[in-house]
Ligand binder design. Structure first.
Ligand SMILES: [Zn+2]
Length: 631
């Protein structure tokens, strides 16, 4: 049964939205199809002269509050898709004109629609590694719970040669207690749980690990083993190994674990698919994997080739310097020399990730001024500045962007100085390529405008930009003054630099709604008042926050012409959410729930709320019968 012409005109004029009952009157079969595809509502619109198949859209979405992230047309009511692209964005009337006989019409019921969100820096591969091994929360897991989780993993997976996981809270060279456990930073606390299999647990920073005695044994590491370059086997006052491994010393043991990784297809199907679905549920349609191993990239390609990759991925490959064994160094080199083979429809290779230092909390960020309480200690380079510069020049010549992890202000300055020097070399690619600073946590005032001047891009990780335990630890290390200067996003953005947001998940939560709120408030999520991390000076607007998560991050992925906004000709990547974040108080933004995530016109996520409506046999849902589903 079709709606009358008058009803249709009400829809396109937006003055009287049809309720669920109205579209329930449509033919059940069509409604089921529509519900499966769209979930928000199904309306059979009336049109006098349906367009021809060539001219008509496949799906049109009407009655939305569509925030486009396109600065020439910030808001729209409606949009139309054909294939995997947006073909029209505009008013209900303009878009409804593309309706043909077979066009599916969706009533957005005034829900907020936004471009699919883009995370410019994360580690989905490491997330998978933790989720499918021993996954613990550094803020809430007690030692007893840890024991239970480890024993469960061993019992359920007898075939696994290693016990592996994370993330542990901060680890201490002097053997001090790991806060989450109230137990010393020492291998004995793992030996007490598992001693017959090697066991390895990352620190939350990703720059250290605690292992058991067996792990040291299978790697042949004794107290007499010399430290690897760029790493340290921590010892107690008697010169005995404590099981704490810093930087590349952690890598030595990690690589031994990696030798036992499952086949690429298994990783793709069993590990990455659920991880990507989780990211879709948060509203993400594109992410950058900033430090990917070759076999993980192959697992993304594998899913992509069979059309089962539910987001777009831009990848920075790890450099051979991050490995210790010749075999793994070679794998990294091979990947860098064969990027075409690792590129597929939704997977692009941006360049190479380079890790310059560690983190401020472990005093491994490289700083311009000494750490608190020290006369001259400014933190250790993970690789020498000379080596970084050499690599930057080399990769630039190969046409590969370099993304450098920089925690300290000296590390950031090294990147800026090196790119400046590179620019002076004849025939360089620096202008074309987008060399990048990752995290951009501590930047000296004198360097803040240089990103724009030198066209160096950067990502920020604002999930934890508020007064919290980790910030207190950083304050002890670098002093309150420098903490107050951290994360100077506004100054860098305002100077015209290209920036994106990268949560650094798995290190911090991937939830973009927390990041969007805290980058604006610089307060803990949900806090209306109370201390901020220099919000007066550094906070940005909600518009800017969304720009960072859409067009800003699209630029960091070299895809600003394809994604990042709801714009004609771009891929139809968008999300529908349960609240209008422009209308609710800013401290409620973290509560936002995604109702649906669409990638290239295909649903990749349907919220439980919407799914329940469909499952309840209500087709596309009658909110009046199911008030709990109303939004
Ligand atoms: Zn990272």
């Amino acid at each position: 049964m079709k709606h009358t012409k008058e009803e249709f005109e009400h829809i396109v004029n937006g003055d009287n939205i049809l309720n669920r009952r109205d579209f329930m009157k449509t033919g059940a079969k069509t409604a089921v199809i529509a519900a499966a595809m769209t979930q928000f509502g199904f309306i059979e619109v009336f049109a006098q002269e349906p367009n021809t198949k060539e001219e008509s859209a496949d799906v049109i979405y009407l009655n939305g509050k569509v925030y486009t992230s396109n600065k020439n047309q910030k808001w729209a009511e409606a949009f139309a898709l054909k294939g995997d692209k947006f073909v029209k964005v505009g008013t209900n009337k303009e878009v409804a004109a593309l309706r043909g006989k077979e066009t599916i019409v969706v009533d957005l019921k005034k829900h907020l629609v936004m471009p699919g969100l883009i995370d410019a820096h994360m580690h989905p591969d490491m997330a998978a590694e933790n989720y499918f091994n021993v996954q613990i929360d550094e803020l809430s897991t007690s030692y007893e719970e840890f024991r239970e989780i480890v024993l469960k993993d061993i019992k359920e997976n007898p075939e696994k040669e290693w016990v592996f996981g994370g993330n542990l809270d901060y680890l201490w060279d002097d053997g001090s207690d790991i806060k989450m456990f109230g137990k010393p930073t020492h291998k004995s606390i793992i030996d007490d749980i598992v001693s017959d299999k090697p066991a390895y647990f990352w620190e939350i920073s990703g720059h250290a690990a605690l292992v058991n005695t067996k792990a040291l044994e299978v790697c042949g590491i004794t107290k007499d083993t010399p430290d690897p370059v760029g790493g340290h086997y921590v010892k107690d006052e008697n010169g005995e190994l404590t099981g704490l491994l810093r930087e590349l010393a952690a890598t030595v043991v990690w690589e031994k674990f990696l030798d036992t990784h499952p086949p690429v297809e298994y990783i793709g199907d069993k590990h990455m698919k659920p991880v990507f679905s989780y990211l879709n549920s948060l509203g993400l349609t594109s992410v950058s994997d900033v430090w990917a191993r070759n076999y993980f990239i192959e697992s993304y390609n594998y899913l992509d080739r069979k059309d089962e990759l539910s987001l777009r991925i831009a990848v920075y490959i790890n450099d051979e310097v991050d490995f210790v064994s010749e075999e793994r160094k070679k794998a990294a080199r091979d990947a860098i020399n064969n990027i075409d083979k690792l590129t597929s429809k939704q997977v692009s290779i941006l360049g190479v990730k380079y890790i310059l230092d560690g983190g401020a909390a472990g005093q491994t960020a490289v700083m311009l001024e000494p750490y608190e309480g020290s006369k001259d200690y400014k933190g250790p380079w993970r690789v020498s500045p000379e080596e970084y510069k050499e690599k930057l020049f080399k990769y630039d010549a190969l046409g590969l962007s370099v993304n450098a992890h920089c925690a300290g202000d000296a590390a950031t300055r090294l990147v800026l100085d090196s790119v400046e020097e590179l620019r002076k070399k004849p025939g360089n690619n620096a202008k074309k390529l987008r060399h990048c600073v990752a995290h951009t946590a501590i930047v000296n005032k004198a360097d803040r405008k240089r990103f724009a001047e030198l066209d160096v891009i950067c990502d920020f990780s604002p999930v934890f930009w508020y007064q919290m335990a980790a910030i207190d630890i950083v304050a002890e290390d670098i002093g309150k003054k420098r903490v107050g200067d951290m994360f100077p996003i506004k100054e860098i953005m305002d100077s015209g630099a290209h920036c994106g947001i990268g949560t650094d998940w798995f290190v911090t939560p991937a939830d973009p709604w927390i990041a969007i709120e805290t980058v604006v408030t610089r307060r803990a999520p949900g806090l209306k008042e109370g201390p901020t991390l220099h919000a007066e000076e550094y906070a940005i607007s909600l518009d800017d926050a969304i720009h960072l998560y859409t067009m800003g991050s699209a630029y960091t992925q070299h895809r600003e012409n394809e994604i990042g906004s709801i714009e004609e000709g771009k891929f139809a990547d968008f999300i529908v959410v349960d609240q209008n974040i422009f209308e609710v108080p800013i401290y409620d933004v973290h509560k936002t729930k995604v109702l649906s995530t669409v990638l290239g016109g295909k649903d990749v996520y349907i919220s439980e709320m919407v799914q329940n409506i469909i499952d309840a046999g209500e087709l596309s849902g009658d909110y009046e019968k199911h008030p709990q589903y109303s939004s």
